[in-house]
Design a protein around this ligand. Structure first.
Ligand code: M6P
Ligand code: ZN
Length: 192
């Protein structure tokens, strides 16, 4: 008889921010992504405190096309200057791999772009299911005052490509402007 991969449950315990069983965790503090924020003076000033920006709790499954990677991200509230805390953001290494997000706590934006210059963003709140189609880079931004918690699932072989985004960022940045959430042009991005 063929030995199949066994089905399993994972439990996310929101009150403790833990997955059972525990998988690979990624913790990103300001020092891990300081250059990605627009206001470098504000970023440097916050470095002593080095706030925790987000944590990713991965469920361990094989990284191949037969499987579906899935994880919980907890993105904390806060700002660097006027720019809201955000994930680094990435294209998939295999560019045409899609992703699905399901938000269950907090609020934020899902910022997306393609390599040929398309840009889009979606609002996320508890209950929102967001579809990131193939070829779109994606980043989440916490625009609220509480942790923004969402589930993500994507093909097992997708991989993460941070290269270009780590240097330049997305076309747009999400900032606080007099108490409202605003999408502004990213000055580092070349507009044609
Ligand atoms: C989501 C998914 C993960 C990703 C995480 C953090 O949960 O897209 O694959 O790792 O967000 O985003 P990033 O890897 O861009 O820092
Ligand atoms: Zn992804």
């Amino acid at each position: 008889m063929t030995k199949h991969f066994k089905p399993f449950n994972t439990l996310y315990i929101d009150s403790q921010s833990i997955l059972e069983p525990k998988g690979k965790e990624i913790t990103r503090r300001l020092s891990d992504m300081v250059e990605m924020y627009q206001d470098q003076e504000a970023a440097q000033a916050l470095l002593d405190e080095n706030p925790l920006i987000y944590e990713v709790f991965n469920v361990e499954v094989p990284e191949n096309i037969e499987h579906i990677q899935h994880c919980i991200t907890v993105l904390y509230p806060g700002k660097v200057g006027e720019e809201f805390f955000m994930t680094k953001g990435h294209y998939h290494e295999i560019l045409n791999r899609a992703e699905i997000y399901f938000c269950f706590k907090g609020e934020g934006k899902l910022v997306m772009q393609t390599q040929d210059g398309d840009y889009d963003e979606l609002d996320m709140k508890p209950g929102t299911i967001s579809y990131v189609p193939p070829n779109w880079a994606h980043r989440t931004v916490n625009t609220g005052n509480e942790p923004f918690v969402f589930f993500a699932a994507y093909p097992g072989d997708a991989g993460h490509n941070y290269g270009e985004i780590e240097k330049i960022g997305f076309k747009k940045v999400i900032v606080n402007e007099a108490g409202t959430v605003k999408t502004a042009d990213n000055p580092r991005y070349q507009f044609s």
